[in-house]
Design a protein around this ligand. Structure first.
Ligand code: CP
Length: 307
């Protein structure tokens, strides 16, 4: 088993073997992620962080991953703290940070930004979310969570719920689940349906994915409810956001007697009631932790250590 990619830009670039390689390595790295063992594979190496959009989990888990592997981290958590404010271009900024670092992690509000950066630098580039495009490392930790909870991915029945139009996490995840033979339900208001090109790609690959606007319709049949936030920041029209927000809310009473887990890429606003958090259903905090071993596995696969 091996890893073939130089950059991590889109989950569509991954083969199933690439994904399985990362999931297997992540399992081996879990004791280091939990600070039960030490590791120095990235000693002397530096990860460059370029975050043009806010982040808690992705940025901090990449930093934790690099440091747990013995490496260092540089970069900025908001463009306002860099020379971008003086008018420096994305291309120049990326080229500069790549002179200081062995790999770059890029989050940007524009779809395609990470791919663009990978075209202008020589070091590996990891897409940490590009607008409403893709979030491939989130997908890897989502798959890892399913595998850890169920012992398998193939054959699961997963409902993706909420903002399927703008949600980059569900865009990436739907392609990956399709690769693993997962039956999917897409639950959203009509205005926030999965983009038609993704539906087309999935159908072209004979992936089973039904669309509905009703959670009740899927609640008895799914293994995973994967809830997403309605993303206010991506709506061109705030009135439309105000009309749709709060369309779906999960609470512990709704879940009673069901045989399923609840996942969420986080942050949540009000789509999952806090009374789900400490039930056996709520897996989203565990899911966020799994970002560390998964991103450690990716860093080990992309950055060549010293001999
Ligand atoms: N899931 C996720 O991408 O979270 P952050 O925006 O906090 O990084």
């Amino acid at each position: 088993m091996s890893f073939s990619l130089k950059n991590v830009i889109s989950i569509k670039d991954f083969s199933k073997e690439d994904i399985n390689f990362i999931l297997k390595q992540a399992k081996e790295l879990e004791p280091i992620a939990r600070s039960q063992e030490m590791c120095q594979t990235m000693a002397g190496k530096i990860l460059g962080m370029m975050f043009y959009e806010p982040s808690t989990r992705t940025r901090l888990s990449f930093e934790t991953s690099m440091k747990r592997l013995g490496g260092g981290v540089i970069g900025f958590a908001e463009a306002g703290a860099s020379s971008v404010t003086k008018g420096e271009t994305l291309s120049d900024t990326a080229r500069m940070v790549s002179e200081y670092a062995d790999a770059l992690v890029v989050r940007h509000n524009l779809e395609g930004a990470a791919r663009f950066v990978s075209d202008v630098v020589d070091v590996p580039v990891i897409n940490a979310g590009d607008g409403a495009g893709q979030h491939p490392t989130q997908t890897l930790l989502d798959l890892y969570t399913m595998q850890r909870v169920f012992g398998k991915i193939k054959g699961l029945n997963v409902a993706l719920i909420g903002d399927l139009k703008y949600g980059r996490t569900v865009h990436s995840l739907s392609y990956a689940l399709g690769m693993f033979g997962v039956k999917m339900s897409f639950v959203s208001p009509p205005e926030l349906r999965m983009p038609r090109e993704i539906m087309h790609d999935l159908r072209h690959n004979n992936v089973v994915a039904q669309e509905t606007d009703s959670i009740q319709e899927v609640l008895d049949d799914v293994d995973v409810l994967y809830i997403t936030r309605i993303q206010k920041e991506r709506f061109p029209d705030i009135e439309e956001y105000l009309r749709i927000k709060g369309a779906y809310r999960i609470n512990a009473t709704m879940l009673q007697g069901k045989d399923l887990i609840v996942m969420h890429p986080l942050p949540r606003v009000d789509e999952i009631s806090p009374d789900v958090d400490d039930t056996p259903y709520g897996k989203y905090f565990e899911q966020a932790f799994y970002g560390v071993p998964v991103r450690m596995a990716l860093l080990n696969a992309l950055i060549k250590p010293f001999e």
